[in-house]
Design a protein. Sequence first.
Length: 191
Amino acid sequence: MTSSARLGRHEVDFDDVGGEGPPILLTPGATGSAADLRARFDRFARVYRLIAWDPPGDGEDRVRDHAALALELLHHRGIERAILAGDGEGALVCLRAGLQAPDRVRGLVLLDVPAGDAAELDRIDELDIPTLVVQTESGGARPHGATRDLAAAIRDARGVHLLEGPAAAVDPTREADVDPLIREYLESLPA
């Protein structure tokens, strides 16, 4: 069931479902939706608490603004620490939230990090948060070489996976490729 919260000047819709385990905040990219990203993580909802939200479409600095809203949403739900998972621009939002409040972020799952210059990518070496990166050929249009460079800058990389083929990481056809990587990563996190 979808709920909403007033966060600053925004009314934000979200779903809060799943198990009693550690919470995972799901942040979709600019062209995706919470439903798309939640579909990728639904199989983990028996154990993990999933909070899927759709950030507002406006903002001068969307990544910075959405990161602040993500942290506000966690506070609104009474969550002190969470795993943050994002797709496309949502991956940058997760990175920014980790930079803003590393003590609130238990882990990062970055799916199809977008290509291009982003302040968050320039500062990724500042993070000491367990991080999983899954990059597809089409998702984010980031060349695999750039993804390898990104991975080299991550202090606590728990896996950097470069997948061939045109389907994005959230695409349902990627279940066999992506879900085991997410499961292994989640199981690698300290209790």
